[in-house]
Design a protein around this ligand. Sequence first.
Ligand code: PRP
Ligand code: URA
Length: 217
Amino acid sequence: MLKKYSAYKNLIQLAHPLVKSYITKIRDKNTSYLEFRQYVDKLSMLLAYEAGKEVGLKSCNIKTPLASYRGSVIKDEIVLMPILRAGLGLLNGFTSIFPEARISHLGVYRNESTLQPIRYYFKFPVLKNKKNTIVYILDPMLATGGSMCSAIDETKKTGVLKIVAACLVAAPEGIKEVQKYHSDIKIFTCAVDKKLNNKGYIMPGLGDAGDRLFGTI
Ligand code: PRP
Ligand code: URA
């Protein structure tokens, strides 16, 4: 079940009842970090399933035990790129849907006073065919959009043509920022929240995703 926001081009919000219930679980401040991780895992699998609609297929011929069959296989090479740290929380769910994906790591944190993204690490695979590659950038939170735009900028420099942003909670400010600078990029999200507070946190949000995932509060 999907809801396509007409106000936001290229934004796909999951509207499945399981997503709504799991998102509520991770928003709850009384959810332990153990449960937080477990529900992020479930959400990321559902998100990967929906975002998987972006992959290209090619035909193949196989034989069932009874007959020949013309089927389909995934044509694209898949790269999963979690934005460190909190993006790592989405990795299990995505690798269970895309078991053969390569994994790129991008280190970005935002300066808590200026809210500007600071890039500190980037490792990207050597690709056979950039035209048939799809990069999923994973980050639970799209707040000002600075971190996601920085990740998209870096990924575009590799020459890959197809990039998809995947997050759990998005703020209108972050969605608009991505659309302003990268109108070609689709964003898949489990929730769209109201706004940012004056410290750049998503409201109502879920707090600091990295701290809640890794128990560093
Ligand atoms: C969080 C989150 C995003 C970023 C979103 O990471 O995981 O990467 O903030 O904010 P933005 O849209 O305003 O850029 P954070 O910088 O807290 O680093 P962490 O993952 O290491 O905790
Ligand atoms: N990063 C987070 O982890 N949470 C927010 O609400 C905003 C940025």
